[in-house]
Design a protein around this ligand. Structure first.
Ligand code: SF4
Length: 374
């Protein structure tokens, strides 16, 4: 390990690209590769390594498909989405022009599991650390479904991730938990059977990642300059690609500042605040709305006394635990969101979500009426 660290950065980078190339050409299996791409620094570096490795492989040997997959929670920070959209278009275009076997894909939560449908439609209280109902539905399920579909079609899939040992203590523990398959660079995933994890930059430090990103132009054209600017403006840590709950250390914690713009699990949205402080004033209504979501959760008059199961609930100390947002509160939150959307000038909620929200309200009101009339 220390020998590796002592190498000049250009050699270490060359070795990483070689490692990726050798793994791609591995004759042991030909399962598709799924590169988890969040648009943050670590996954950008992994995509960079994979792209460069593919360029170094003769066309006749590029037989394994590579999927570059990003997840859109539908409440991603708009400035992160703008960056992600721009880069994925560049990657797709360059890969097509060069004849590389890369497909670029986007996963999303199911319509009935989006943040707005659950919060405004069903009245789920704004998430907090005790009731973080969002990560699984918005992030884990869409990505896992994509991986499982590929496993069904091909027997297995290799998931290429930008996880690094030094990212956080929790991440390090997760990395070390995986069993290394004997004589292989792959680790079996602990919850998705048939998925194998390949982590080509696992031993790089954060400084290494930035140094490499700053030293080499992107193989799909241009530089990583926009990425540097994004982090500078947003004082950001990234919300990495998330495949399971114990792999979601950054999601909704202090170390994650590129999460959903609606995230009420964090105390303060530092990335959004940083972005506003850097002169992007148009984001202020979003930040105010997020802060209001935190307050609504605590406002007892906006919550039903009973839970969705129809019961009054108390915690161990006898304290009453309120239920979902009342329908009246949900209506007010939707009206406010639409006002913020108007002010912001870009879509924050889709027509499909609004239609489903109205259907859910109508069904609930009918059920309440039926109970009253019974
Ligand atoms: S960033 Fe926050 S709101 Fe989004 S999934 Fe993670 S914890 Fe939930």
């Amino acid at each position: 390990m220390s020998e590796i660290v002592d190498q000049p950065m250009s050699d270490r980078w060359r070795n990483i690209v070689r490692l990726v190339k050798d793994e791609y050409l591995s004759s042991a299996q030909h399962y598709p590769w799924i590169v988890g791409f969040s648009g943050g620094k670590d996954s950008s570096l992994v995509a960079h390594a994979v792209f460069e490795a593919l360029q170094a492989i003769p066309p006749s040997a590029r037989t394994r498909p590579v999927h570059i997959v990003s997840n859109d929670t539908l409440v991603e920070s708009p400035f992160v989405m703008a960056h992600l959209n721009k880069v994925t278009v560049q990657i797709e275009q360059a890969a097509n022009d060069m004849g590389l076997p890369i497909v670029v894909r986007r996963t999303r939560p199911d319509l009935d599991k989006t943040f707005w449908v659950l919060l405004i439609g069903k009245g789920y209280p704004s998430p907090n650390s005790q009731m973080r109902w969002c990560t699984d539905r918005l992030k884990i399920q869409p990505t896992s479904t994509y991986i499982r579909d590929n496993i069904s079609n091909h027997g297995a899939a290799i998931v290429v991730l930008g996880v690094r040992r030094t990212e956080s203590i929790r991440r390090m523990m997760t990395v070390d938990k995986y069993e290394n398959m004997r004589g292989s660079n792959l680790n079996e995933h602990n919850s998705i059977s048939g998925a194998f994890i390949f982590r080509p930059i696992v031993d790089l430090s954060t400084d290494d990642v930035w140094e490499i990103l700053g030293s080499f132009p992107t193989p799909w054209g241009g530089t990583h300059k926009d990425l540097f600017q994004l982090y500078r403006d947003a004082e950001g840590g990234e919300c990495p690609v998330v495949l399971s709950k114990d792999e979601a250390p950054g999601c909704g914690t202090k170390s994650s500042r590129f999460g959903c713009w609606t995230c009420t699990v964090v105390e303060k949205d530092k990335s959004l605040q940083g972005y506003i402080d850097a002169g992007h004033d148009g984001y202020q209504p979003l930040l105010d709305f997020r802060d209001n979501l935190v307050a609504y959760r605590k406002n007892q008059s906006m919550r039903s006394a009973i839970r969705r199961n129809g019961r009054l609930t108390f915690d161990a100390t006898g304290k009453h635990i309120p239920g979902p947002f009342t329908i009246q509160a949900r209506k007010e939150i939707l009206a406010e969101l639409l006002r913020v959307q108007e002010e912001f000038g870009s879509p924050l909620i889709s027509e499909e979500e609004i239609n489903l929200i109205h259907k859910i309200w109508a069904t609930e009101l009918q059920q309440e009426e039926a109970i009253v009339n019974a």
